[in-house]
Design a protein. Sequence first.
Lengths: 436, 290
Amino acid sequence: MKKILILTLLFLLVSFGAAAADYYPEYSGEPTTITMWAWTSNENYSIDEFEKVYPNIKVKWENISDYYNKAQTALSAGTGLPDVIMIEYSYAPQFMSIGAFQPINNWLDKDTFVELYGEDALGWCAMDDNIYGTPQDSGAMALFYRKDIFDKYNLTVPTNREDYVSEIKKLKKAAPELDFVRPPIGYSMWWIGQIWQAGGKLFDYKDGNWYIDFTNPTAEEVFDFWGKLLDEGTIDLQMYWNPDWYNSLNNGRTAVVELGSWFAEWLKYNATDSEGKWRIALPAQWNKGKQHNSMIGGSGFYVSTQSANPEAAALFVNWLNSHPDSLTQLHNKSNLPVLVSNRFGEVIDQVSGPDKFFGGQNIGQKLWESHKLVNTTFITLPIMSNVDESLSSLLQDYADGKIEKFSDILPMWQESVIGTMQEFGYNNLIIDQLPE
Amino acid sequence: MNRRKIKTSIKAYIFLAPFLILFIAMVVYPIFLGAKLSLYGMRGARTWYVGLDNYIRIFQDPKFWSSFKIPLFLLLIQVPLMLFIATIFAILFERMSKRGGAIYRFIYYLPYTIPGIVSGIVWSYIFSDSMSPFRPLLDLLGYSGLKIMTRQNLPLLLLFIILWAFTGYTAFIIYSSLLSIPRELTEAAQLDGASFWQTAFKIKIPLLKDVILTLFIFNAIGSIQVFNEPWMLQNLVVLPNNYTPAMYIYNSAFSSGRFTYAAAMGIILAIITFLISLYFLKTASRQMLN
């Protein structure tokens, strides 16, 4: 008996050691320095931890933003890309399909990836079984609401879309000068996020083919839902990320915003006047009984095709985005509320606590909960800037009264997207159909 | 003799060198590079030779040609209007005492010193729905629901912003040329009984023709290449990616990654600008000869 116990213990110990070693293999190359572009703040704390474990790899981090144009240019020029580059998940396939990244399967195989980041994350970091990077923060959608407005007008936080509509109407009646919610003009990630949160999608990629179907029942349900409210004038659209919008968040004109978990940090720094008034809830569900969530934003770290040392870069991106020591730093120092890696579960209790800006709510736990509801995924089209541009233009036409019925936008959007895909030479299209 | 000539030209080139080197490196070389790039197709890091395909596609691309609506509007309305207002300002500047007028010249010149991108941000606040300083006035007049910034109003707002930015500067240049007009001419006219405005319109403005023509050409080029102002106002209203030719070129290159197509459009835009300038120069010099 004793022998068995010892043997079992020994086995557990060995297998645990082996598993841990498998996650983070040793670096076999010469001492090297790799470069990285990322717009998050304070990545250096994680880098310091990494360099302690891998003394032969130094990481030079450039904290810049708005570098997609720069990256496109550097890629076309054949030189100038860093070893590691941070890209939003929805834009990653665009960069993958034009050959901006190189596969890192040699140092991070599929099984380990899935174990560390979950199956869904493959949709954001891999294509055709090539893994190009690792996911960092989660953009899981959450419902941000003003508790002061909810209290004053006796509103309840809606858990499903039916209640959502009745709360919209209740506020409209009680305080017509306030907005319960205003969907964005443009910002396709938001609209795609709504459909995704309902368990659907507009497009996908499988076995060498791009699937496009904007008029599937789930997408139509979501557009009909918002369309009804917009067409009858109960709510209005609004441009996000401009002075009017910032103002409405600061002065309490808007009661609800549905955005990714990163928005919690954004609010803290950009709506300082509203401290203590916001709270976070899980997004209102579309189907009773089924729980889904989507991501609006969130970014991964990918190894560029111009990296001369993909091994070092691969070891770094994996350690950075999954090792508990790094995740702790990313949460505490880089203001990323929720990290995608499953190993974030090992540190969440330790790093999360009451948040003053959110009136003492433990938002870390709430956002982690909303992240765990993300249970479907897909691969975005390789022309996301055009997908975005086209929807923006159509929504502006709707706002200007040139399009009368909101739900007419979906087929027009699809037509424009298909046109651009063909223009860019993607002839492997399967239209009006999505993969199983 | 010959030696001296060589010596002076060497001296001349030494003085010219800083300009020439920068001009070649920053203007001539990129144009050649752009022209070369425009003969290729591109997807990501992959390029392949396509000859004149990009140019043929541009001629068939309605989005490129319809992007000239805004520049044409500016060229035909804003530029003449601005030159007219600037000339009136310049004449008024000249009428004021040199010292007393200085403060006005300074104030009117100021907007020109503010970079377009910076003023774009300020204007986007001024035209915003909730923070516009015009809001209380509009509310008072009963237009509380009126949106200032719509796609429909944008050309007029652009016209207003560009007038604001460049009229003072233009007036300043015209004013400087006014100063160089010999006093005898205007004095003679006044002795003959011409009024102030008669002297201005019959004597001074005809003498300023050259300057006004040059200013017209510069501003025509500016309106064909207009970019900063609409770009910044995109914060408030969604604009099509081909709102102006320069925006279409920028968006094609950077948001769609079609660098070579954008390079070809850039070359065509340069040719169009060149032809327009040439046309005005030619007609003007013909008129002067007559």
